[in-house]
Design a protein around this ligand. Structure first.
Ligand SMILES: Nc1nc2c(c(=O)[nH]1)N[C@H]1C(S)=C(S)[C@@H](COP(=O)(O)O)O[C@H]1N2
Ligand SMILES: [Mo]
Length: 160
């Protein structure tokens, strides 16, 4: 974890940069959440512990004209969401699964979960969050999956 670094940049007053120890010192909460992949499988009742998106947004002091968010990961993956879809306590930066450090195959040491969206909106191995004034598309959103990804609307594919 020596080289791990996490940043929040873009349309914010305070650009944030965390070492692993600093990130772990942020206030955390534990939640039970379901998980829906766009291809049809789900995993129910996962116990996740981590830092909420609003906690980070408050510390960064997000600009009034920020409307969108891009998440970036170590594997080059990215995904995007409107800011109002991120400012929810269930958008969690997960450090622990079932009380254990998040395994790397599930995105450890740190991943995002978005229970209100298909799971591709939750970046594994996340290391940067960029606040944007204009929308951008992430990896799957550029490749035909739905930009909005609401699982109850079964919004799987982009119509554009
Ligand atoms: N960095 C990164 N995050 C990612 C992906 C990925 O390929 N790279 N795949 C996404 C997709 S499509 C799904 S369904 C979930 C899978 O999470 P899991 O491996 O913990 O089941 O991670 C999402 N986050
Ligand atoms: Mo997925």
């Amino acid at each position: 974890m020596q080289t791990w670094e996490f940043t929040v940049t873009g349309a914010v007053d305070n650009e944030l940069e965390f070492t692993w120890e600093e990130f772990n010192d942020l206030p955390q909460e534990t939640q039970r959440q379901d998980f829906h992949c766009v291809t049809g499988w789900s995993r129910f009742d996962n116990k996740f512990t981590g830092v909420t998106f609003p906690t980070l947004a408050e510390r960064a002091s997000v600009h009034d004209d920020a409307e969108h968010v891009l998440f970036g990961s170590l594997d080059g993956y990215s995904t995007n969401l409107p800011l109002d879809q991120c400012l929810r306590d269930e958008v969690l930066f997960v450090l622990e699964l079932e009380g254990q450090p998040l395994p790397s195959e599930h995105g450890g040491p740190l991943r995002v979960v978005t229970p209100h969206k298909y799971a591709y909106k939750g970046a594994k191995w996340v290391t940067n969050v960029t606040l944007l004034t204009d929308p951008m598309r992430g990896y799957w959103e550029m490749r035909g999956y739905s930009n909005t990804a609401n699982p109850w609307g079964e919004e799987r594919y982009s119509s554009l």
